[in-house]
Design a protein around this ligand. Structure first.
Ligand SMILES: [Zn+2]
Length: 326
């Protein structure tokens, strides 16, 4: 499989966080207002990102999946420079991060990609087969998102484009959902309609809910659920004990091979005002929380070593070792 540093055998992946971000930024904002974006400059942002990723490596993380898609402000130069300084496998994503809005270069050219296919499919396939921009770094997973708006016409178009790129390349799909809306099921419905093997799909952010029936329904259809926002304990969302308990109950029922863990943390995020006290209440939202805190809590709660290995090593490997096109 492909990583930022080149091809890697699946056996080398080890402990894997399946949904993280190296960088989140608005490229136009950072071009025109660099100091406001980088806080205050690129070298300091790079240094902070290196420190955060090195801490994860020191905690035993061997691989992260960077789910930063188009519209997040992907920056392969930044990711590569971080990776040159930290010994870690970084798998990067294609896809698009939007819940409904699509810009004109996509709206107006809806089906005008080469071969008269959706230009979104063309973008995703290029990132996977040729690499992102001129970086030479090939994406290995396709990221799409559905949120409170639900499956709007634009969202349906995005999900179908992802499904087609998946079938054309074999690269797995990983999603953003709003589990309180149970819209992972809507995503599955559309993917199924496109002939997608749901076992090759990660329904992300599922761990924000404690609704076992919803989670089991997603996994009974074959998909992996992402319990991938450890540390992001926003008001009204499941806290750490609830998240740990939910995973324990699912493991008891035999679902450990369809669960992956992560934080959805971001090493450089231009949405965060570094000087703001609002940053303070989420001290656990960092790439070391799962290996250092969550895994020991799961173990204490009664999750077996076999199940822990499945969630952190073998299931991520199974997903990332892209199957053939079909
Ligand atoms: Zn994310």
């Amino acid at each position: 499989m492909f990583t930022v540093r080149g091809p890697v055998d699946g056996s080398q992946l080890g402990f894997t966080l399946m949904h993280e971000h190296v960088i989140f930024r608005d490229t136009e904002f950072s071009k025109d207002y660099p100091d406001l974006s980088w806080q205050p400059d690129r070298p300091s942002a790079l240094a902070r990102a290196v420190t955060g990723l090195q801490a994860a490596a020191d905690a035993g993380v061997r691989t992260i999946v960077d789910c930063t898609a188009f519209f997040h402000g992907r920056d392969m130069d930044f990711v590569r420079e971080v990776n040159e300084r930290v010994d870690m496998h970084i798998v990067v994503a294609t896809g698009i991060y939007t819940f409904d809005y699509l810009p004109n270069m996509i709206m107006r050219r809806s089906l005008r990609g080469p071969g008269d296919r959706d230009i979104l499919t063309e973008m995703f396939v290029r990132d996977i087969t040729r690499g992102i921009g001129d970086s030479g770094i090939r994406a290995q997973i396709i990221k799409v998102a559905t949120d409170l708006e639900g499956v709007t016409p634009n969202n349906e178009r995005i999900l179908r484009a992802a499904a087609r790129a998946h079938r054309e390349t074999g690269a797995p799909i990983t999603t953003h959902t709003q589990p309180l809306e149970r819209n992972g099921l809507d995503q599955q419905r559309l993917f199924r309609a496109e002939g997608v093997d749901l076992r090759r799909v990660v329904i992300g952010h599922s761990g924000d809910t404690t609704d076992l029936d919803y989670l089991m329904e997603l996994m009974d259809a074959g998909s992996v659920t992402g319990h991938d926002r450890f540390g992001l304990y926003l008001p009204g969302w499941a806290g750490l004990p609830e998240r740990v308990d939910t995973i324990f109950r699912l493991c008891e029922r035999g679902y450990a091979d369809r669960i992956v863990l992560s934080h959805d943390s971001i090493l450089h995020n231009d949405r965060n005002d570094l000087a703001s006290p609002r940053m303070a209440p989420m001290p656990d939202w960092r790439m070391t929380h799962v290996p250092l805190d969550v895994v020991p809590l799961l173990r204490e709660r009664g999750v077996s070593e076999v199940d822990l290995e499945a969630m952190t090593v073998s299931t991520p490997r199974r997903i990332l070792e892209a199957g053939p096109a079909y």
